[in-house]
Design a protein around this ligand. Sequence first.
Ligand code: FES
Length: 126
Amino acid sequence: MSMYSKKVMEHFLNPRNMGVIEDADGIGTAGNPVCGDTMTIYIKVKNGRIVDIKFQTFGCAAAIATSSMITELAKGKTLEEAEKITRDDVADALDGLPPIKMHCSNLAADALRAAIEDYRKKRGEK
Ligand code: FES
């Protein structure tokens, strides 16, 4: 019945890195005005690299799967590399999303970028 790929279902049912980082170095939130879903991403940064990342998502299956996937893609990357992750990268890594669900993957990429921006602001780099 599923319009989702196996990978989407797998990440939706077993999300990676779900939760909160209490002493996060950067926190970013993104919301989707259309459906009202929101996502928050927490990052820990060391020597310019994302050493830990967690997410909290109040959203649909695609939003949860894309959050889970983006945390996996971003972990271990430098901030510059992580910033370049696009919603298409996330969708590709999940073997595609149904077209009507592509907007959901914006949340993940936007929240990650917001978390990086927050980190830089806190460090006075902006
Ligand atoms: Fe809202 Fe997917 S329907 S993020």
